[in-house]
Design a binder for this molecule. Structure first.
Ligand SMILES: [Fe+2]
Ligand SMILES: [Fe+2]
Length: 130
């Protein structure tokens, strides 16, 4: 049976859709062959960069007070992924694979349950008072 994964739904259409796609990519990465790992890993990084950029645009437009902390966390994770990717590009997959297999969903769920949930709550509050 194919592995599935669930995450908190925030009832924000685009953000939930992005999060779902992220989960699909990680599951694909867990199951992929070594020869296809690098391309998929790049796809994951590109997707996450776009998703973070989207969330950060929402933060700026809504004058989100938690912007610095949230952007800082996005930047930290993107830097971490780029560091893993440098190794992947020279054929050293083990650290990136370990990260994908053991750590990334924990980080992802923690991030959604705390930072993304707080952002969506703020967006709902702002749009209710607009
Ligand atoms: Fe986020
Ligand atoms: Fe997110």
């Amino acid at each position: 049976m194919a592995e599935t994964v669930s995450h908190l739904q925030l009832n924000h259409e685009q953000i939930d859709r992005d999060h779902e796609y992220f989960c699909q990519l990680v599951l694909q990465l867990k199951a992929t062959t070594n020869s296809e790992f690098s391309e998929l890993f790049n796809t994951l990084i590109e997707h996450l960069e776009k998703h973070f950029h989207y969330e950060q645009t929402l933060m700026r437009e809504s004058r989100y007070p938690g912007i610095n902390e949230h952007v800082g966390e996005h930047t930290r994770v993107i830097n971490e992924l780029h560091n893993f990717n440098k190794r992947v590009e020279v054929g050293r997959l083990s650290m990136a694979k370990a990260y994908i297999n053991s750590t990334i969903f924990d980080w992802f769920n923690l991030h959604i349950n705390n930072m993304d949930a707080a952002l969506v709550a703020h967006l709902n509050k702002v749009s209710a008072t607009a």
